[in-house]
Structure formats: C-alpha cells, structure tokens
Design a protein around this ligand. Structure first.
Ligand code: DGL
Length: 270
C-alpha cells in the first residue's frame, strides 16, 4: 500500500481525459494535475523546447511527494519520455507504449493508424514502438493540427459541420488504407471519439492513448503493491495561466465533473 499521490501533467487541459480514466480505475488514489495552459500548444514545438517545458512541469509536480507520474501529453511522451525517466527516481509513465500495445493486440488486419500532433508524428516514437512489438504491422501516421483548437472551442460533437468536415478531410486517406485500429495519440482526441468513429466507420477500433496510460499506471501500482487504500481519493489541479479559464473548460474533459478549486502557479520558476 502507498498513500502518496499520482502526478499527471499535460500541455493544457487535454490530460484531464487521462485523469478521468485514472479516477475511474483507481477511485482511492489522490491525484495532482498540472496543465501548462500558459504555454499550450506543445504539439508544434521543437524537441529542445519540449524537453525544457517537460522538465519544468515534472519539477513542479515533484515538489509534492509522489509515487508515480503519468505524462498525459502525447507530444511530451513521444519526444522526451526517456530523458524524464532517466532523470527520475519514481516511475514515469507515458502514453505511447501502452497505446501501441493495445492497438497491436486489437488489430486483426495488422494495419493500424495513428493520429496525433505534428511533433508526436515527426518524432517517430509510435512507429518505433510498433516496429519493436511487431515488425510486420503496417503503420500509417497522420498529424491533425486543427483538432486541438477545435476541441478547445467545444467543436467536438457529431452534427457540428466544422469538425465533421475537418475530420473527413484528415481521415479519408487513413480510411482508404484499410486500417482496422486507430490510435488517438493526443490527449484532446478522446473528445472526438464519436466524430472520428463515425468518419472511420464501424470496422475501425479506436485506442485512447490517455486511457491506456491510466491502465498501465494501475497495472504498475498493482504489481508493486503500491495502490492507495482509502474510501475516496481527491484530485488537485494546478495551471500556469488563469484558473478561471481552466475551471470553465475542465468539465468538458472530465466528463462533466467539476475541477473545483484550481490554483495558478508560475511554472517558469521550476
Ligand atoms: N497535449 C498535447 C498532446 O497530447 C496536445 C495539445 C498540444 O499541442 O499541446 O499531444
């Protein structure tokens, strides 16, 4: 048993989709979330900048006495996970490996797709992980940079012609490749699951990378006998920009739950 909290960070609000899954899978855990809303988006930045930001995000979270950290950001997980793991003495769990394992397990056709930010796709991290697991898997990766701002504007539901048009434009080449499994490799994309599912059709299974990282975290803590034991855990939220903005949008990502008290911090001091 280990009562210490789990830390989670993302470039902004998207990582709350992973928090939602962590809370569903492990309701007894305390969670500390940091969303770097002052510097979002990360998805079009270079590796050096990403590493600098990710180190600061992690340093802030490590000011708490944590037992593990989930890097809920697909972009950071794709570009900086190894460095963060090498520099940490607690487990650091990213989204790439768990999502790739689930997608490889699900795909019958052995043809999988990935949608993510440009920096995630350019890193080649998902493709490397797929190749390591099964060199025979065919992988088709696609950057979808317009998805994040549209989700943040709340344009994420079926029937919204803007998001449906963008999804069709992005995803039709993937549909034509005959993939049967698609990794949603960015924290914001689970909110588009219905739109993406409708666009790809019923024969394509969607893998939520954030949800898979939550599962991987649960499995790891279970193996290490490090799960918390209390009736109900709590979540605390920190942000690098206005707390009000975070609060306003959080429920969208948390599946209707209120984030409650949100505290603004100066991330440049870490
Ligand atoms: N959090 C990022 C990711 O999962 C998406 C938003 C951004 O570009 O910062 O890749």
């Amino acid at each position: 048993m280990n009562q210490r909290p789990i830390g989670v960070f993302d470039s902004g609000l998207g990582g709350l989709t992973a928090v939602r899954q962590l809370r569903r899978l492990m309701p007894s855990e305390n969670i500390i979330y940091f969303g770097d809303t002052a510097r979002v988006p990360y998805g079009n930045r270079g590796r050096e900048t990403l590493l600098k930001y990710a180190r600061q995000d992690l340093a802030f979270l490590r000011s708490f006495d944590l037992k593990a950290v989930v890097v809920a950001c697909g972009t950071v997980s794709s570009n900086c996970l190894e460095e963060l793991q090498a520099e940490s003495d607690i487990p650091i769990i990213g989204v790439v490996e768990p999502a790739v394992q689930q997608a490889a397990a699900l795909s019958q056709a052995r043809r999988v797709g990935l949608v993510a930010t440009r920096a995630s796709v350019d890193s080649g991290a998902y493709e490397r992980a797929f190749r390591q697991l099964d060199p025979a898997l065919s992988v088709c990766s696609l950057a979808c940079p317009l998805f994040v701002p549209l989700v943040e504007e709340g344009r994420c539901r079926p029937g919204d012609t803007v998001i449906e048009t963008v999804a069709e434009e992005y995803l039709s080449p993937l549909r034509e490749r005959g993939i049967d499994t698609l990794v949603l490799g960015c924290t914001h994309y689970p909110l588009l699951a219905d739109v993406i599912g409708n666009t790809m059709g019923p024969g394509v299974a969607l893998v939520d990378a954030g949800a898979e990282s939550a599962r991987a975290c649960r499995d790891l803590l279970t193996r290490c006998d490090a799960l918390a034991n209390r009736p109900e855990g709590a979540a605390s939220y920190y942000t690098s920009d206005r707390a009000g903005n975070f609060q306003r949008l959080a429920a969208l990502f948390l599946g209707g739950d209120d984030a409650g008290q949100v505290q603004q911090i100066d991330i440049t001091g870490y």
